[in-house]
Design a protein around this ligand. Structure first.
Ligand code: GDP
Ligand code: MG
Length: 178
């Protein structure tokens, strides 16, 4: 067993999912930045820290945000180098295609992550768009069951359940039962 990350350590987490599902917005929402309705495509490499409180301890997640468009999928493999402890896989609840693509992202991650213990948190984002919703909550929960991870239904726009994404990731990496 490799040494497990303890509290007050920086751990690498990668954010993946199709382009436009809201990965960068989730991260900026968590960091308290204002919601931007315009789409700004993530460039090749963006790394931001997200501090998470777990009990009395704080954990620094070093989040690698990825571009996620199809022709950049090979680039994503480069993000998986090094000691990746967790992966947040995001889809858009108004787009069934982005949900189906989650399987692709999981496969890529498992193929290239050096760590078999990598923790998965699945996020169904944009749940504020309830009228346009295509992917049911149960379908998201099914992903979590299938890949032994957690599922969180969220809205980066409304900042709904965003804290929970990072808290769940940190607890899962630290092995804290929840
Ligand atoms: P990324 O390519 O996965 O990083 O996606 P972005 O974070 O750049 O977001 C893509 C678009 O979706 C932007 O126009 C965002 O403003 C919008 N968006 C992101 N999250 C939400 C959300 O929770 N609800 C709604 N309605 N729009 C969102
Ligand atoms: Mg982005």
């Amino acid at each position: 067993m490799p040494p497990q990350p303890g509290p007050n350590q920086t751990v690498k987490v990668v954010l993946v999912g199709d382009s436009g599902v809201g990965k960068s917005t989730i991260l900026s929402s968590y960091r308290g930045e204002r919601f931007n309705p315009c789409y700004v495509q993530t460039q090749e490499r963006e790394i931001k820290n997200a501090k998470v409180q777990v009990g009395k301890e704080s954990v620094d997640l070093q989040i690698w945000d990825t571009p996620g468009n199809a022709h950049c999928r090979t680039i994503t493999t480069a993000y998986m180098q090094g000691d990746v402890k967790g992966v947040i896989v995001v889809f858009d609840v108004t787009s069934y295609d982005t949900y189906l693509d989650v399987q692709h992202w999981v496969k890529t991650v498992k193929q290239y992550a050096g760590n078999e213990n990598v923790k998965f948190v699945f996020v169904g984002n944009k749940n504020d768009l309830s009228v346009r919703r295509k992917v049911l909550l149960e379908a998201g929960e099914e992903l979590a069951k299938q890949h032994n991870g957690a599922y969180i239904d969220a809205s980066a726009k409304k900042k709904d359940n965003i804290d929970k994404i990072f808290k769940t990731m940190a607890e899962s990496i630290l092995g804290v039962a929840n």
